[in-house]
Design a protein around this ligand. Structure first.
Ligand SMILES: CC(C)(COP(=O)(O)OP(=O)(O)OC[C@H]1O[C@@H](n2cnc3c(N)ncnc32)[C@H](O[C@H]2O[C@H](COP(=O)(O)OP(=O)(O)OP(=O)(O)O)[C@@H](O)[C@H]2O)[C@@H]1O)[C@@H](O)C(=O)NCCC(=O)NCCS
Ligand code: ADE
Length: 290
């Protein structure tokens, strides 16, 4: 093989970021047992979702993530022009997702979070998770005049009704659910020897314990949100997913979520964002690999 062909076969950084974004979506979907969510065991609280659809949806988003990271490479800094390009690419990604899933919303929140983080990771090569999240926040705070205002999205409706902050603000504040909850818990549970799957479940529960997840509010109201947060805290207080007592609490939480039809889709997206930053930070160096 000629040197030229060998060089062309090397994935670009934008392609590696897209690989990683898709991989963490698949890892999130596969992680089991997750309360109320689609996982390897089944569809959780959903009628129209299943694991194969989550995988197909994740794969369909690769071009959108690669294009967002590539746009950030071309622009080289946080700017209004980059924000507008990302908005268009995000909407194109959503359209492709809806085409592949025949209209089911599988990953709208994930496109938002991982799209911004992929672009920010490209801008902030070699930076810490907090710095990448801060750069994503700066992008999210810029207005996108071309964004269609949808006052009837589930998120917009419950934010108005309950006066809470949703996916938009989570990004604008620098992903506190990821930086202050998910990532520290993932690292702490790993350090305590929980095992990788249990550490990821603990990270999800840490996010659920404080997040105003608009998916849960939309389906189960404030009572559902309070029960989700308290139930997730109870699992962690009992020793986490790796402990027998924690598993008992996790089963109880799952029963409650299913009886309320509640699904923490926003927390699931932020777990994917946690896994993205976790795997990205040590590997952004030019020689690193995912
Ligand atoms: C700014 C946007 C995020 C749009 O926000 P908005 O709140 O108006 O819209 P929603 O349609 O509600 O989408 C927000 C999704 O974000 C996830 N989420 C929820 N709470 C939080 C939170 N506190 N923090 C972070 N993320 C959160 C959640 O996504 C997951 O749930 C989806 C399923 O939800 P839903 O459709 O409600 O599903 P069901 O209950 O199953 O419906 P029914 O069965 O009852 O019908 C699933 O997709 C998960 O991903 C929320 O859904 C942003 O999207 C935007 O403006 N995009 C435009 C493009 C752009 O500018 N992009 C920039 C670069 S990427
Ligand atoms: N595993 C999952 N189940 C249901 N909704 C989701 N949204 C993102 N991940 C999800």
């Amino acid at each position: 093989m000629s040197a030229l062909i060998a060089r062309q076969a090397q994935p670009t950084l934008a392609e590696r970021l897209a690989d990683l974004a898709v991989q963490v979506l698949i890892d999130e979907a596969d992680l089991s047992p997750k309360p109320g969510l689609v996982d390897r065991r089944g569809s959780g609280a959903h009628q129209d979702l299943h694991l194969g659809l989550m995988h197909a949806s994740a794969q369909s988003l690769w071009p959108a993530f690669a294009a967002m990271a590539d746009a950030a490479r071309s622009e080289g800094r946080v700017s209004q022009a980059l924000r507008e390009t990302l908005g268009q690419l995000g909407r194109d990604g959503e359209a492709e997702m809806l085409r592949v899933t025949a209209g089911v919303n599988t990953h709208r929140g994930a496109i938002w979070a991982l799209g911004l983080l992929s672009a920010a990771a490209m801008l902030e090569g070699g930076a810490s998770a907090g710095e990448i999240a801060a750069s994503a926040a700066a992008l999210a705070r810029l207005d996108d005049p071309a964004a269609p205002c949808n006052p009837d999205s589930h998120g917009a409706r419950v934010c108005r009704r309950y006066g809470v902050l949703g996916a938009r603000e989570q990004a604008q504040y620098g992903f506190p659910a990821v930086i202050e909850r998910g990532l520290p818990q993932l690292l702490a549970s790993r350090r305590a020897g929980a095992g990788e799957q249990n550490a990821r479940l603990d990270a999800l529960l840490a996010i659920m314990s404080t997040l105003t997840d608009t998916c849960v509010l939309h389906r189960a109201g404030l009572e559902g949100l309070n029960r989700m947060q308290a139930g997730a805290r109870a699992v962690l207080d009992a020793g986490g997913a790796a402990s027998l007592a924690g598993r008992r609490q996790l089963r109880a939480l799952e029963g409650e979520m299913l009886s309320l039809r509640a699904s923490p889709g926003g927390a699931a997206d932020l777990l994917a964002a946690t896994l993205f930053l976790d795997r990205l930070t040590p590997s952004l160096a030019p020689t690193g690999s995912y």
